[in-house]
Design a protein around this ligand. Structure first.
Ligand SMILES: *[C@@H]1O[C@H](CO)[C@@H](O)[C@H](O)[C@H]1NC(C)=O
Ligand SMILES: *[C@@H]1O[C@H](CO)[C@@H](O)[C@H](O)[C@H]1NC(C)=O
Ligand SMILES: *[C@@H]1O[C@H](CO)[C@@H](O)[C@H](O)[C@H]1NC(C)=O
Ligand SMILES: *[C@@H]1O[C@H](CO)[C@@H](O)[C@H](O)[C@H]1NC(C)=O
Ligand SMILES: *[C@@H]1O[C@H](CO)[C@@H](O)[C@H](O)[C@H]1NC(C)=O
Ligand SMILES: *[C@@H]1O[C@H](CO)[C@@H](O)[C@H](O)[C@H]1NC(C)=O
Ligand SMILES: *[C@@H]1O[C@H](CO)[C@@H](O)[C@H](O)[C@H]1NC(C)=O
Ligand SMILES: *[C@@H]1O[C@H](CO)[C@@H](O)[C@H](O)[C@H]1NC(C)=O
Length: 469
């Protein structure tokens, strides 16, 4: 009977059979373990039959115009969702219902116009949100609320005129270090709200290529950012412009034309509580550590006080302590760091003349000279060295049984040349790397993160911060 079927039908039947045994990979997608790639397929609707173990779903470069509520609720392990370069004009209510494992969401290059109040509700694990190159004009106040794991949000190349800075507070988004609002249509910002943002958010707030109106409140914010050496102003000095009286043709570079702002009092702003600047330092045990206390205060008569993790108060000491010293310029020195010196050190500067205060925090982590996780690697390496030396000794130093004794000069001194050793060792060294990489690749998430890091290396600060956690 089967021989009567036309060949096409047979193929279709075969496909169906294969499909039902596999049962999980939509025919137009490429499936590998937990990754589903359905990019560039001209899709107008989500594919059906997505396997519930999917961790990465790539739907970019399609023609999706709408996604229904709960579309991803059958994917409890979905970690990365790429929807870039589609035709989405809105994210309706409940689209991400039950998709709370999402950590990376790419909605860039779509046609989104409004980011509504609760459109991303429930994504409390979301770390990275890409919304650049859409048509977003309005970001509603509660849009970011509840997204408490956010680290990086990219809103550039949209048409945003107002942004709800007030919704980002000290404890609402503790990990947020990048808020890119560049290339939008911002004119006047609520600068008081901007100044009230947590220091780590201010540090990663990008505002270049907007249409900011020149005003003193704006200038003082940029001035303080420059004083603290934030990359957002240092790297975009020329692009950080403002318009005099909002006139499009009267653009000036904010920090290059300080004469225009000569009548602005930036000092007055300093007297408001200055946001804390935190930095992280990792040192090895026994190293000398110097923590400087540079804050926004620039006066000559500053007094400094450090509070150690044990709540000890340290001020300038003329004596020479072997554990910790504070120098007249405010620098704290730990001559030889110990593991139990780990913790957050807070420096408080005070300008007595102008009654100004500023604070700086440094998170110091002292690690033992040889971390445990590396010990197996070193042991392996050591084992190889020992066996190599034994082999070399066996080859060249064993009592002769042949005529080689006649050439005592042939004992190959060059074999002990470090250069030669290095080339002999290189396979061993690369093995050492494999030892470290393999467990990571076996682990689903680890492997995924490696993939993300290579793919997105063009975005700033990608791997170094998120990779540490
Ligand atoms: C969401 O998940 C919960 C529990 O896992 C389940 O009871 C509920 O039906 C799901 N909702 C949807 C819309 O799938
Ligand atoms: C500045 O923003 C406009 C749109 O607002 C965009 O077309 C342009 O490419 C941006 N320029 C740069 C240098 O980013
Ligand atoms: C600053 O103030 C001085 C004197 O009050 C005035 O002459 C000058 O035009 C002002 N500069 C600007 C840029 O407004
Ligand atoms: C501190 O003491 C050490 C030895 O006790 C000495 O070498 C060093 O020069 C002293 N430093 C200062 C600044 O007095
Ligand atoms: C402060 O002084 C100490 C000792 O004189 C010096 O080592 C350190 O580099 C100085 N720090 C700064 C920020 O100038
Ligand atoms: C820190 O460790 C050192 C020895 O490494 C010890 O002498 C010292 O008492 C410890 N300090 C604290 C506060 O535990
Ligand atoms: C500045 O510090 C002093 C003493 O450390 C404190 O009494 C004062 O309230 C602080 N002022 C501000 C504005 O934080
Ligand atoms: C300090 O840094 C360590 C490791 O870099 C981190 O685990 C810890 O949470 C940090 N502490 C604070 C208060 O930021």
């Amino acid at each position: 009977m089967t021989s009567h079927f036309p060949p096409v039908t047979t193929v279709v039947l075969l496909c169906l059979l294969l499909h039902s045994t596999d049962g999980t990979c939509p025919s137009i997608c490429l499936c590998t373990s937990d990754t589903l790639s359905c990019g560039s397929q001209g899709l107008t609707r989500l594919p059906l039959l997505l396997h519930h173990t999917t961790a990465t779903l790539d739907l970019s470069y399609n023609r999706l115009g709408w996604i229904g509520p709960g579309s991803f609720s059958s994917l409890p392990r979905l970690d990365t969702l790429r929807l870039a370069n589609n035709q989405l004009s809105t994210i309706g209510h409940g689209v991400f219902h039950n998709a709370s494992s999402l950590r990376h969401l790419d909605l860039s290059s779509n046609r989104l116009q409004v980011m509504e109040q609760h459109c991303l509700q429930g994504l409390w694990r979301l770390e990275e949100l890409l919304l650049y190159n859409n048509r977003i004009a309005h970001v509603e106040g509660g849009m970011l609320s509840g997204l408490s794991s956010l680290r990086k949000v990219y809103f550039s190349l949209n048409q945003i005129t107002e942004f709800p800075f007030f919704s980002i507070q000290d404890h609402s988004h503790p990990f947020l270090t990048m808020l890119d609002l560049s290339s939008n249509r911002l004119t006047t910002l609520p600068w008081e709200d901007v100044k009230a943002l947590p220091g780590s958010v201010q540090k990663g707030l990008y505002l270049h290529n907007n249409s900011l109106v020149c005003e003193c409140s704006m200038y003082s914010v940029f001035w303080h950012w420059e004083q603290r050496g934030f990359d957002s102003v240092r790297e975009f000095t020329e692009e950080n412009t403002c318009l005099i009286y909002g006139e499009p043709r009267s653009s000036v570079q904010i920090l290059q034309h300080s004469r225009y702002f000569q009548n602005c009092t930036v000092g007055k702003v300093v007297s408001l509580p200055v946001a804390v600047l935190i930095s992280n330092l990792i040192v090895y045990e026994g190293e000398r550590v110097q923590l400087d206390c540079q804050t926004s205060l620039r006066g000559k008569e500053l007094s400094y006080m450090w509070v150690s993790p044990n709540q000890e108060h340290l001020t300038w000491t003329s004596f020479n302590d072997t554990l910790m010293n504070v120098f007249p310029n405010g620098t704290l020195e730990i001559p030889a760091a110990r593991v139990n010196d780990t913790g957050v050190y807070v420096c408080m500067t005070r300008d007595n003349k102008h009654m100004l205060n500023a604070t700086r925090e440094v998170n110091v982590t002292v690690v033992s000279a040889m971390p445990y996780s590396f010990s197996t690697g070193y042991t392996t390496l050591l084992g190889c060295v020992v066996s190599l030396v034994v082999i070399l000794m066996y080859l060249y130093l064993t009592p002769c049984r042949c005529g080689c004794c006649k050439q005592p000069q042939a004992i190959p001194i060059p074999a002990y040349n470090p250069g030669t050793l290095a080339s002999i060792f290189s396979p061993t060294l690369s093995n050492k790397h494999v030892v470290f990489i393999e467990p990571m690749l076996e682990d689903q998430n680890g492997g995924l993160r490696v993939a993300l890091a290579t793919e997105r290396s063009t975005l700033q600060w990608e791997w170094d911060t998120s990779g540490l956690t």
